[in-house]
Ligand binder design. Structure first.
Ligand code: AMP
Length: 278
């Protein structure tokens, strides 16, 4: 496994790789969710490139950029075990050289849900992912359903900008008790960690109601909200029942595929989760 930092080194390593190349972008502090993306890339592609970069432009000033967990040597050991060919660990100076002023923005689908609560977040994400696509030139790029809106925004960007690659979205990997794996779970104290199982319980409660015939989006949102409210340590930021393609909130009855999603605070830690129901 080659570990490279400079763009020139990355380009030289890329030239040596057998086609097709699969890219797995991450911010590091890897868990089984990240590794499932690597495993999918390993299955589909002759070569796998993983990137580790805590992208400053997708954090707003009050968010957790400086405290974001990092453990490069552990991450590299895990990626080596998974059979990754090249790991690119660029610095902020490489990604954003002095005088930097070029941004990629995807419009409508960046606006609701996470976009409404984290202004500028998706501009940072799409800009850095476009730069990763340009540098690595993969034929396949792997993202997690855990960040459903991010995957949708990146898929839109890849289509709109004619990136010659396929975006593959992999299922959310969960802990045994249902909590979606996240590098941010490490911020939770033991009481909060226990309480955090309420996100998946809320999603499942809405899914169960839907399976029993509940079709009103408003009622499904209410069920999720009420489940979250049973947990005293949980502070709900939003619940949503939206069209899976448009991400627009549904007001009447649901039809077809629907994205149930939410963001919940436990102290300062903000967790998101979602499921797609049919
Ligand atoms: P991050 O390091 O949090 O930026 O995540 C890197 C990639 O891993 C993104 O495409 C995420 O959607 C994906 N990912 C994060 N957590 C999970 C999970 N629990 N299951 C599947 N994919 C995940």
């Amino acid at each position: 496994m080659k570990v490279v930092t400079d763009l020139e080194e990355l380009r030289a390593a890329r030239k040596q790789l057998a086609e097709q190349v699969g890219l797995v972008p991450t911010m590091g502090y890897l868990h089984a969710g990240h590794l499932s993306l690597v495993a999918a890339a390993r299955r589909d592609c002759a070569s796998v490139v993983a990137t580790i970069f805590v992208n400053p432009t997708q954090f707003s000033p009050e968010e957790d950029l400086t405290s974001y967990p990092r453990d490069l040597s552990r991450d590299l050991a895990l990626l080596e075990e998974e059979g990754v060919d090249v790991v690119w660990t660029p610095t902020p100076e490489i990604m954003y050289p002095p005088g930097y002023q070029t941004w990629v923005t995807v419009e409508e689908i960046s606006l609701p849900l996470e976009g409404a609560r984290r202004p500028g977040h998706f501009r940072g994400v799409t800009t850095v992912v476009a730069k990763l696509f340009n540098a690595v030139q993969p034929q396949y790029a792997y993202f997690g359903q855990k960040d459903a809106q991010q995957a949708a925004v990146i898929r839109r960007m890849a289509l709109d900008l004619n990136f010659p690659l396929e975006v593959i979205v992999c299922p959310t990997v969960r802990e045994a008790d249902g909590l979606a794996m996240s590098s941010r779970n490490t911020y939770l104290n033991p009481q909060e960690r226990q309480a955090a199982t309420v996100l998946f319980r809320a999603l499942r409660a809405a899914q169960t109601a839907c399976n029993k015939g509940e079709r009103h989006a408003k009622k499904l949102r209410l069920i999720m909200r009420q489940t979250i409210e049973t947990e005293p340590l949980a502070k709900l930021q939003y619940v949503s029942c939206a069209g899976v393609l448009t991400l627009q909130e549904i007001e009447g009855e649901i039809t077809g595929e629907v994205l149930l999603s939410m963001a919940v605070f436990f102290g300062k830690t903000r967790l998101i989760d979602n499921i797609v129901i049919n």
